[in-house]
Design a protein around this ligand. Structure first.
Ligand SMILES: CCCCCCCC/C=C\CCCCCCCCCCCCCC(=O)SCCNC(=O)CCNC(=O)[C@H](O)C(C)(C)COP(=O)(O)OP(=O)(O)OC[C@H]1O[C@@H](n2cnc3c(N)ncnc32)[C@H](O)[C@@H]1OP(=O)(O)O
Ligand SMILES: Cc1cc2nc3c(=O)[nH]c(=O)nc-3n(C[C@H](O)[C@H](O)[C@H](O)COP(=O)(O)OP(=O)(O)OC[C@H]3O[C@@H](n4cnc5c(N)ncnc54)[C@H](O)[C@@H]3O)c2cc1C
Length: 651
């Protein structure tokens, strides 16, 4: 029935103030108002329709994405949207596109590593989208190993230029989003060679295509790398390949500042505002061909990665909460077995097995939300310190962004797939929204740092900390707890080649460290004042579920290290079951608190009114295969088969 809320009985059960929880989820009353307004704006505008994506061919999908990006930009300009509103618009439009990399990587890289002159020249063009940039780091042969990149940038003092060249097939740039068909410019990473000496990998601003007719400039071979995982989904993005054949660029297009971290955001009026900055020596190539080494950590060249990893953590809770919202609503609608005296069957959400799979994911979505908020704060803090020439917290910020990026994206990708399974057969339909969500999300485990490679970075940081225990350098911040494990210093293992040989175990330790971070940031959140009837209590239940679920899942480790006894393990399990029962009446309200529109969810199974079956039935008839009753190919293939004429037919 249209207009009837099939989940009303569920909503009536809730024991807390959903509107207050919406504000907790959004981060502040202001953030809620902005998010709510922009999500409704996008949902009500047919220009942002997305329900037909899975039936489009790659070319149609890509062109439609170009149209949407242009339309989004026009909307931003026409409505004078602020940066915050524009970012929300991008989020709710919900389509991977070249604009993500332009705003999310190209601009931050120039802001983080460009000199003031470079920023003054390039940023106004980029902010107005008069140039479109991509981030060309990865090559066919090397992604994780950035120091192994083969593209060269050789300085020619005769002409005061760099010659950018791809010397081998494996040095071809491969993967950069937006590169394939759209970007006019790239930040290309290349091995700097000055006076015959290699000086490490640096970033260079390189124009790729003509601003007149979009044709590749001389010396560039550029194109799309082809179809990716999943129909529709990430294929809206033109991940590209690029080869340079002795391309010359002026010397002033090498990104020469490693140190300056400015606030990585777009001014609301799209005009460039340059904050006064502290002058820090930069890596430079002079016109005489002298390389001047920066006196700040070379890792600052990875600044854009730190920023993007932090945004990826913030995004993880969005993707996971979206899948959980779909699976929770559908689990309340779906009934199987258990009818008593002809009454209704049991809602599948009432099965303890369903709860034990679903509710930890619901708790994780909230947990990731809060750790994402904290990471944003940490990033702002390290940025401020760097501006004051204080590099002391950079290793910790790197470990936190890398580790949490790895932990949250892995859990989110796995969680989306689990939500699909929680929806049974219907979860496999594209109209459930879950296959596409998974296909779009899962590369987050690989891009911006492959997840295991990032965990190894965390492990390295932890081992460094352990090796300093007992010295005058006391661990602080997120590793302060290590003072309580000084006995580790007494542990020795006889394994040769130490770190490499034990890396699989060290990765597990890194995961445990990151999980501890998530739990402790959830607990810290609960120590704040949280207004709204019953809101804090619900969050406490979710926090306990998150922590106890981890303990239950890893009880072997806890038991084998003597941290808990079998009795503790059994108690934890009993408590988990009790917590699931406490969440059950509030489950629908807890996902309503995400405040997602049906447009954003893009799922018949997750629609707000729970009117799933008529919508599924109706949607099936809209499939292109149902445009004709007798399919194309009947006369050629089916009829001859049925008539046993197949042996004589020309196939
Ligand atoms: C429609 C219109 C819309 C308009 C909208 C307007 C407004 C919109 C506003 C905002 C939009 C935002 C949108 C954001 C969306 C973002 C989308 C993102 C899409 C993602 C695309 C994907 C991009 C990519 O994948 S780019 C390529 C990424 N590549 C990698 O990540 C490579 C991974 N490898 C590495 O990071 C490194 O090589 C390494 C760390 C693995 C190893 O480094 P190394 O070789 O130097 O080796 P070491 O291990 O020796 O390390 C040395 C030393 O350095 C330390 N270190 C390493 N990295 C860092 C770092 N990043 N920071 C600080 N320190 C670092 C390391 O710990 C070592 O330290 P020691 O002390 O131990 O020596
Ligand atoms: C959808 C998508 C979009 C992307 N967009 C961009 C972009 O815009 N710009 C850009 O420059 N790049 C982009 N990339 C590339 C991406 O950043 C790399 O693919 C990523 O960094 C992983 O590197 P790799 O492909 O070399 O993986 P590899 O490093 O080859 O990984 C293969 C396997 O080897 C393992 N491994 C590697 N090194 C080690 C080690 N030291 N110890 C133990 N195990 C190891 C990994 O764990 C993994 O299991 C994108 C990738 C994808 C999938």
């Amino acid at each position: 029935m249209e207009g009837v809320d099939h989940l009303a009985h569920e909503r009536n059960k809730s024991e807390f103030d959903v509107d207050a929880m919406k504000i907790v989820w959004a981060g502040s009353p202001h953030a809620f108002v902005v998010s709510d307004r922009i999500s409704k704006l996008v949902a009500s505008d047919p220009g942002f329709r997305k329900d037909n994506r899975s039936t489009l061919s790659r070319k149609e999908l890509f062109k439609n994405t170009l149209r949407k990006a242009a339309y989004a930009w026009k909307t931003i300009i026409d409505l004078h949207l602020s940066e915050e509103e524009a970012a929300k618009l991008r989020f709710y439009v919900d389509e991977p596109a070249f604009t993500d990399v332009h705003w999310g990587m190209f601009i931050p890289a120039i802001k983080g590593q460009g000199t003031e002159e470079q920023q003054q020249k390039w940023l106004p063009l980029a902010y107005k989208m008069q140039i479109i940039g991509c981030y060309a780091q990865t090559e066919l042969g090397h992604g994780s190993n950035v120091q192994g990149l083969e593209t060269t940038a050789t300085f020619d003092p005769q002409t005061d230029e760099f010659i950018i060249h791809s010397p081998t097939l494996t040095s071809s740039k491969w993967w950069p989003g937006g590169l394939g068909k759209v970007a006019t410019h790239a930040i290309a990473y290349a091995l700097l060679i000055v006076g015959g000496r290699e000086q490490g990998v640096h970033g260079f601003i390189v124009q790729l295509r003509s601003l007149e007719d979009h044709s590749p400039l001389p010396g560039m071979t550029v194109g799309d790398i082809g179809m990716k995982f999943g129909n529709g989904a990430y294929n809206a993005m033109d991940n590209g390949v690029l080869r340079f054949d002795h391309v010359r660029i002026p010397r002033n297009q090498m990104l020469m500042r490693c140190a300056q971290y400015t606030c990585l955001c777009m001014p609301s009026d799209a005009k460039l505002i340059l904050e006064p900055c502290i002058l820090i020596r930069v890596s430079q190539v002079t016109c005489e061909g002298k390389y001047k080494q920066s006196d700040v950590p070379r890792q600052l060249v990875y600044g854009a990665m730190l920023y993007v990893r932090q945004t990826i953590v913030a995004d993880a809770s969005c993707a996971l909460s979206r899948a959980v919202c779909i699976a929770t609503r559908y689990s309340a609608v779906r009934r199987q077995f258990g009818s008593q005296n002809g009454g209704p069957e049991t809602q599948v959400i009432d099965y303890k097995t369903q709860q034990s799979r679903l509710f930890p994911l619901l708790a994780s979505a909230y947990a990731f939300r809060f750790v994402g908020e904290w990471l944003k704060w940490l990033y702002a803090d390290v940025t401020q310190r760097l501006q004051a020439n204080d590099f002391s917290t950079l290793p910790e910020a790197h470990a936190c962004t890398a580790g949490l990026k790895s932990l949250t994206t892995t859990a989110t990708a796995d969680g989306i797939e689990e939500c699909r399974k929680l929806c049974g057969g219907h979860g496999y339909l594209c109209s459930s929204g879950l296959p596409e969500l998974f296909a779009v999300y899962v590369p987050a485990c690989t891009y911006e740092g492959e997840n295991t490679v990032l965990l190894l970075q965390v492990a390295r940081f932890l081992m460094k900390t352990v090796s300093q225990l007992g010295s005058s350098k006391k661990p602080v911040g997120t590793i302060a707890y290590m003072t309580r494990v000084e006995h580790l210093m007494q542990c020795r293992c006889g394994v040769q080649r130490g770190f490499a040989e034990l890396s699989a175990d060290l990765v597990e330790a890194a995961v445990a460290h990151c999980q501890l971070l998530v739990v402790s940031k959830f607990i810290e959140k609960l120590q704040q004042e949280i207004p709204g009837k019953g809101v804090k209590q619900q969050l406490e239940v979710l926090c306990n579920i998150y922590a106890l679920f981890l303990l239950h899942k890893h009880q072997g480790d806890f038991l084998s290290t003597g941290c808990i006894t079998p009795k503790h393990a059994a108690l934890a399990n009993d408590e988990l079951r009790s917590l699931y029962s406490q969440v059950r009446p509030n489950a629908i309200a807890l996902v309503d608190a995400f405040n997602y529109t049906d447009h954003y969810l893009g799922s018949i199974l997750g629609c707000y009114d729970g009117n799933v079956y008529p919508k599924l039935y109706e949607a099936a008839w809209k499939d292109p295969l149902n445009e004709s009753v007798v399919p194309d190919g009947y006369h050629q293939y089916i009829r001859p088969l049925l008539k046993q004429e197949i042996r004589t037919a020309r196939l």
